[in-house]
Design a protein around this ligand. Sequence first.
Ligand SMILES: NC(=O)C1=CN([C@@H]2O[C@H](COP(=O)(O)OP(=O)(O)OC[C@H]3O[C@@H](n4cnc5c(N)ncnc54)[C@H](O)[C@@H]3O)[C@@H](O)[C@H]2O)C=CC1
Ligand SMILES: CC(=O)N[C@@H]1[C@@H](OP(=O)(O)OP(=O)(O)OC[C@H]2O[C@@H](n3ccc(=O)[nH]c3=O)[C@H](O)[C@@H]2O)O[C@H](C(=O)O)[C@@H](O)[C@@H]1O
Length: 463
Amino acid sequence: MSEAVSRQTSRRLYGSDAAPERQREAFRSGEVPVAVYGLGRIGLPLSIVYASTTGDVLAAATDRERAREIADGECPIAHEPRLESLLRTAVGADALTATADLPTVADAASVHVVVAETGVRDDDAPDLSELRTMLRDVSGGLDPGDLVLVESAVPPGTCEDIVQPILEAGSDLSADEFGVAACPSRAAPGRALTDLRGSHPKIVGGVDAESARAAALVYDELRVGDVVTVPDSTVAECAKVIESAYRDVNVALANELARLAEELETDVRRAIEAANTQPHCQVHEPGPGTGGHALPDHPYYFVNECATETPLLAAARERNESMPEFTARTLVRELAAADTHVEDAVVVLFGLSYRRAVADARKSPAVALGETLSQFGATVVGVDPLLDDFSAFDDVYLADLDHVAEMDVDAAVLVTDHDEFEGFDWGTFDDPIVLLDGRDALDPDADDALDDHRVHTIGRGDD
Ligand SMILES: NC(=O)C1=CN([C@@H]2O[C@H](COP(=O)(O)OP(=O)(O)OC[C@H]3O[C@@H](n4cnc5c(N)ncnc54)[C@H](O)[C@@H]3O)[C@@H](O)[C@H]2O)C=CC1
Ligand SMILES: CC(=O)N[C@@H]1[C@@H](OP(=O)(O)OP(=O)(O)OC[C@H]2O[C@@H](n3ccc(=O)[nH]c3=O)[C@H](O)[C@@H]2O)O[C@H](C(=O)O)[C@@H](O)[C@@H]1O
């Protein structure tokens, strides 16, 4: 094969007959044009990891405003360490080109990384609408030898049954002319760049062996962590869903055990900690519920998409989804013990995001908790120093942390234990309040300011 053709094939990885080292060199040098579609919580950090590896990535957003913002080096994602500075560096070095011109991007790239939001709809059926649209955009510019890497979390079988057919239909190519691999992101918000660089292995599964080979080469160059190549794309998709389902079941176990604390009149949290000193026992932590993009959604990829019954996964979902109401009813009981009726109560929710250190209220337990307490007649106030989008909280008044102590408060619930609450002076409330700790974040023995308040911790039946 002539040098020109060989160099041409080194622009493309899927089916390339260039020597593997030549392919790696072509990828690292930016000769293999890469596009990342979807510049959100995962896609934007990922595009920066690509930019720092290849020196030239096309970052494709649907939203022209977001593309302009990123092209100007402005970072739309908060609370991701180093993201803002690395974005400015990548844009300044012309290593990252942000655009909303999707057809041009799709034509230019030969590695297409798709990071569309996925999840389930209100009826808990998979919602792949954003991914389908993104794939149609990609298919318009797909060429023989291109490789599509699906980073989104999707139901098992998606790459074979949905991704490939959409790409074939939109490109007039046959499935054996391009590669598709499931490469589900395992990054956690708040540490996305660290995780994307390789804090744990990257799972890769191709619709065929050549897709898997090319995808593994890309991630081996991109990351310091190991690449785990599994037999096919469905196995990779399944692994991601299993991770979330395992965590959901484990948290559901912790929450179910926590509900026993009152009856047993014991410290179930401490008992879990003691049980976990056994290497085969790793029960997670009880809390007021489970939010985010994974635990509330991914188990339904099995429960609602498989004909085979999965009662354990369904039960875990039910247990975790009922924790906000359990938390609300526990608060009503504690208020009554303090001679306060919930209808007369002003209740402050500390932490509205779905977990600590993130600014994201997606399916946060605080949403259901606020709604339930409002239905019980309470006046509910929310405080979250990280969050900037409060659109999920219809029934909740918002307050700043600095002003909440000036309010006439009857109760407070620690829903999400942001670090920003650690220095809060609980002594600034004029009168004793009911204080429900959903995250075992308070320490009455160490903090005298708590002495005047009626403190109860979910999972503790002896406090
Ligand atoms: N957020 C998280 O904690 C994690 C999410 N994931 C998975 O990563 C995937 C993406 O999640 P997020 O980044 O949180 O979603 P996101 O909603 O923050 O980002 C998706 C982005 O894609 C853009 N977009 C939609 N259609 C597009 C198109 N046709 N072309 C270009 N851009 C388009 C949207 O405007 C948005 O900015 C999901 O499958 C999720 O399950 C995986 C690990 C962690
Ligand atoms: C298997 C796994 O650890 N998945 C991670 C998870 O991250 P995510 O940001 O959703 O946070 P998380 O720590 O799982 O917490 C989810 C929810 O569950 C709650 N939670 C979590 C752990 C626990 O012991 N108790 C508990 O109540 C959290 O408060 C939160 O409301 O989901 C991410 C995702 O896929 O969206 C994934 O990339 C991350 O690696």
